[in-house]
Design a protein around this ligand. Sequence first.
Ligand code: KG4
Ligand code: ZN
Length: 362
Amino acid sequence: MIRVLGIETSCDETAASVVALEGDAAPKILSNVVLSQIEEHAAFGGVVPEIAARAHVEALDGIVEAALADSGVPLSGIDAIAATAGPGLVGGLIVGLMTAKAIAAAAGKPLIAVNHLEGHALTARLTDGLEFPYLLLLVSGGHTQILAVRGVGDYQRWATTIDDALGEAFDKTAKMLGLPYPGGPNVEKAAMSGDASRFAFPRPMKGSAQPDFSFSGLKTAVRQAATAIEPLSDQDVADICASFQAAVADALADRVSRALARFTETFPGTKKPALVVAGGVAANRTIKATLERLCTEAGFTFVAPPLKLCTDNAAMIAWAGIERLREGMAQENGFDFVPRSRWPLDSVSTPMVGSGRRGAKA
Ligand code: KG4
Ligand code: ZN
């Protein structure tokens, strides 16, 4: 039996969780406590790093205590402490990693510094027992990437955004249209009563041989369309949202279908090829339906873990800790690990110019 306490503080959620693995049985999430800071940041229309770091300091002790209490496992029964050490907002990372180091040192347990993206990448093995290799589409407020997940610590980034993250594009669109933060759910809601064919927004990168994403041109097109018909009625806002969402789904479909084809070519022997989706944007029903259709057409299984495990949480960090412990890779990232605001999963891929720089998780 392995039991790991996970801690996540890389953006605007303070989270702690205990996950257990026993033999060949499915892993169990014994507790999963997530405190969102949305209210603290809402007035500013986005995550304010300094406010986030302070809120983590205030909340983390109580959240860890609650996660341990909910799990029914005393600290002495925990095998290791895993904490997000990057990428993310450095203030929050310092709070989480230092707290984890203190707990680990005091309790005499190993400390595992986890890459937040690895947490997202391995979640489908926690929820669905998925086997390597598989394809991951990560679409959140700070990241838009396609990764080939080949093993624990073995990732290849096949695509990333050259400007804005997809969640960021939703948030900025919402802000331009006067919809509240966080923008994604509000854009989706408004789009439901809108006409998706009213505005012909661009489909960035569609048909391009370069595998990456781009969303800043789309954002500009939305701004121009909105400015041209000001003042906006509720119907105008709904139509813009619906047209924006259609453009995003279409652009995403083009990028993802290229990656599915590449996966089939790269891993021809895979018995059950799968596409996993992670990140807050995975909540969007239009996007989910588009991905599901693509997968069916290409003979892929579509895996969408429950939303609370798709968005930021500490169960995925505890699970990544378990995977690393199991592989004997825990000591790679131990007590001397320093938080990294930038920490690509795939150290071989060249960094994109400007990629992720503006995201909350840059
Ligand atoms: O994964 P997440 O909770 O945190 C980050 O790591 O960023 O993702 C948050 C992002 C935000 O940009 C939010 O607007 C977007 O996910 N989002 C959505 C929806 N729900 C959340 N975007 C589109 N449609 C949604 N329903
Ligand atoms: Zn995340």
